[in-house]
Design a protein around this ligand. Structure first.
Ligand SMILES: [Zn+2]
Ligand SMILES: [Zn+2]
Length: 98
């Protein structure tokens, strides 16, 4: 499982912080969108600028499964396609041996 913006695929670093309306700074995916200081539930999470698109998305949509990308997912979220090509996959080597 990884966490990424459903609109632009920006991936927050583990020490990235979001700010609540109460002023508290915390990593919102540590608490599933709940501010640990005041208890406010953030049903939507905002992508960050710079780096991301700055748009709000449903918190649940930020959670992605690693290997379960289907054609329907690509159609629904074309930004995923950018992840496909340049990454070397160690498993592709062993396939050629056989
Ligand atoms: Zn708060
Ligand atoms: Zn984004």
């Amino acid at each position: 499982m990884y966490i990424a913006c459903p609109k632009c695929d920006w991936r927050p670093a583990p020490d990235h912080k979001w700010q609540c309306t109460c002023g508290h700074l915390w990593h919102t995916f540590d608490t599933h969108g709940v501010c640990p200081a005041c208890g406010k539930v953030w049903a939507e999470t905002r992508c960050t600028i710079p780096g991301g698109c700055g748009q709000w998305s449903d918190h649940e949509e930020w959670y992605h499964e690693d290997d379960d990308v289907t054609v329907a997912d690509y159609i629904e979220n074309p930004a995923l396609i950018r992840n496909v090509s340049p990454l070397p996959n160690p498993r592709s080597d062993s396939q050629e041996d056989e």
